[in-house]
Each structure stands twice: as structure tokens, then as C-alpha cells.
Design a protein around this ligand. Structure first.
Ligand SMILES: NC(=O)c1ccc[n+]([C@@H]2O[C@H](COP(=O)([O-])OP(=O)(O)OC[C@H]3O[C@@H](n4cnc5c(N)ncnc54)[C@H](OP(=O)(O)O)[C@@H]3O)[C@@H](O)[C@H]2O)c1
Length: 291
């Protein structure tokens, strides 16, 4: 079948981090909008469950890939280009985080964050963008974080990697303006997902937990991005206020973020029990784990 005709029947969306949380919810949203899914993550069974939930148990492609492994990313990108073009939507949602001061995160963690959040996402864009440009059609959506607006406590390497992703998206939007391909980054606030299962988030403040929104809310807003593409989306929208405060006074912004994100100790602070973790790696066994 001619590629354009195939796309007209069912455009394809590649979703990374599709096995849970925001990626899973977004994959279901895309399926409800008629997209055929290519679901990427490390856990085959969870990806298959999402495919089934999307009523694509027989048609969705499951791409089991550890994005922390550059060779695996290259192999998956090549396979997708070989077997699944045209891809109309690339949603880079995979990733994890930790909540520890900079010196308590080892270099392997720092590198892994950069690899998963930035280099792997870039490699998939590099693989799929040429075909999108040829067809003058496509949408690259990168899940960044509201934390990029001003790094909260314990998120130095995470924010650095997500900020690289934001900078890349902004530059791509300039490089390929008027190309027919849209580029967006999404800054979710606090979303109730397994992201916070990592032991370093064990003592997350009750205030922060109360603020958490559902991944389906983010997914619906991602759906609205497809209808009306724009460069940046913050969910919830009012979190953008930090940008204005920062423009007015970076010192005020820093005071506000450091006061609200810093553990205060007691019941409401980040309580860390290194002995409770039997993971290997840095203090919390960060490499390759999500908690
Ligand atoms: N939750 C929040 O409050 C929040 C806020 C702002 C931004 N974000 C961002 O939103 C994205 C989704 O996170 P989430 O909150 O939905 O957390 P989540 O439920 O833990 O989902 C993370 C997803 O990323 C995948 N993943 C993680 N490391 C991977 C790797 N090395 N290779 C392949 N896949 C990997 C996981 O799949 P497997 O386990 O199958 O590998 C899972 O599907 C992340 O990029 C996160 O940084 C989250």
C-alpha cells in the first residue's frame, strides 16, 4: 500500500515510556484518536497490556528497548524506520528521576539521565524527522518538566537533562519552522505516577502529593496539542507563573522554589533511609531502576 494512503487510514504514533504513567495515558489518548501505536519501554508485559487496553492487542508494535543503552536505541530506531514509516507522532515520554542533592548522585546516574532524557530522544528524532520533513507532516512531542523553569531541590541532573531536551526542541522548532512538522515540549507539574516510587521520593511532602494531577489530565492536554500545535505546554497551566516571577526577579524565584521544594525534616520532609534499599549502584541503586 502507498505510504500516504496507509497513513490516511491509520497514522502511526511512536510513544516511549508507554508502559506506565504519562506515556501510557498518552498512548491510550492517541489510540482513541485513531493512531496505530508503536509502544516503547523495557517491560514487555506492561506494553502488551497497554496495547490490549488500546484495543490494539494484535496491531500495536511492541518495541522493548532500554533507552539507557545507546546501541539498543540505534537498533530500535533503525527497525522503526525500516518497518513502520510513516510515523506521524513521536512522543518522547520515557524517563525517571531521583530526589537527592547533586553530590549524592553518582556520575553514572548523571550520564544515564542525559542518555535517556536527551540522547535517546534525540536519536529517535534524528531517525524519524527526515521522513516527516519529506512528507511535510508530523509532530515531535517531548515530555520535559516544569522543574526546568527553576531546578527544585534534589533534581540537579534530572533538570539538566530535561533542560537539554527543552533547548533541543526550541532549536528544532526554529531550524524547521514552516516545514509542516510541529515541535512541542510539555512541562508537567506533579503527576501521580510510578515516577515517585523511587526510594529517594519516599518522604515526599504531603503538600506536594496533594498537588499531584492524573496522567490522564496530561494526556488530554497532549491530545489538544495535536489539534492546536504550539511549542510549550505547561500542565497545569498556572505553573507557568514561575517563568514570570523569574523574569521579574530570579532571586525571588529561587527563594520561592527553594523554600517550597527543600525537605524540612519532620513528617513533612524528605526522609531518607539508605539502609532500607538493597539496590546496588549509587546510594539508592539508581542505575536501571525506577524504585
Ligand atoms: N510524574 C511526574 O510528576 C512528572 C513530572 C514532570 C515530568 N515527568 C516526566 O514524564 C515522563 C513519564 O514519567 P511518568 O511520571 O509517567 O513516570 P512512570 O510512570 O514511571 O513512567 C516512566 C516510563 O518511562 C519508561 N522508562 C524509564 N526508563 C527507561 C529506559 N531506560 N528505557 C526505556 N523506557 C524507560 C518506563 O518504562 P519501563 O519501566 O517499561 O522501561 C515507563 O514507561 C518522564 O520523562 C518524567 O521525567 C514526570
Amino acid at each position: 500500500m502507498h505510504a500516504a494512503h496507509a497513513e490516511q487510514l491509520a497514522p502511526t504514533a511512536l510513544v516511549t515510556g508507554a508502559s506506565s504513567g504519562i506515556g501510557r495515558a498518552a498512548a491510550l489518548e492517541l489510540a482513541s484518536r485513531g493512531y496505530r501505536l508503536v509502544l516503547l519501554g523495557r517491560q514487555r508485559a506492561s506494553l502488551q497490556a497497554v496495547a490490549k487496553e488500546a484495543k490494539q492487542g494484535k496491531t500495536a508494535t511492541i518495541a522493548v528497548t532500554d533507552l539507557a543503552d545507546p546501541a539498543a536505541v540505534t537498533a530500535t530506531a533503525e527497525a522503526i524506520v525500516r518497518d513502520h514509516l510513516p510515523v506521524s507522532v513521536l512522543l518522547n515520554a520515557a524517563g525517571d528521576g531521583v530526589c537527592l542533592p547533586f553530590l549524592e548522585q553518582d556520575v553514572a546516574t548523571q550520564r544515564r539521565f542525559m542518555q535517556v532524557h536527551y540522547f535517546a530522544a534525540s536519536a529517535l528524532i534524528r531517525a524519524l524527522l527526515p521522513d516527516m520533513l519529506r512528507r511535510r507532516r508530523g509532530h515531535v512531542i517531548n515530555i520535559a518538566s516544569i522543574a526546568t523553569k527553576f531546578g527544585p531541590w534534589g533534581h540537579s541532573n534530572y533538570v539538566a537533562a530535561k533542560s537539554a531536551m527543552v533547548a533541543l526542541t526550541e532549536s528544532l522548532a526554529c531550524d524547521y519552522a514552516e516545514s509542516g512538522v510541529a515541535f512541542s515540549y510539555v512541562n508537567p507539574g506533579i503527576v501521580k505516577t510510578s515516577f515517585f516510587d523511587h526510594p529517594s521520593y519516599r518522604g515526599l511532602s504531603r503538600t506536594v502529593k496533594r498537588r499531584a494531577i492524573k496522567p490522564e489530565t496530561v494526556a488530554r492536554r497532549i491530545g489538544s496539542l495535536l489539534d492546536r500545535p504550539r511549542l510549550e505546554l505547561c500542565v497545569p497551566t498556572h505553573y507557568r507563573v514561575i517563568t514570570w516571577i523569574k523574569a521579574f526577579s530570579p532571586t525571588w524565584a529561587w527563594r520561592l522554589v527553594s523554600a517550597t521544594s527543600r525537605p524540612k525534616g519532620g513528617d513533612d520532609g524528605v526522609k531518607i533511609d539508605a539502609g532500607a534499599s538493597d539496590h546496588k549502584g549509587d546510594r539508592f541503586g539508581v542505575p536501571g531502576t525506577r524504585g
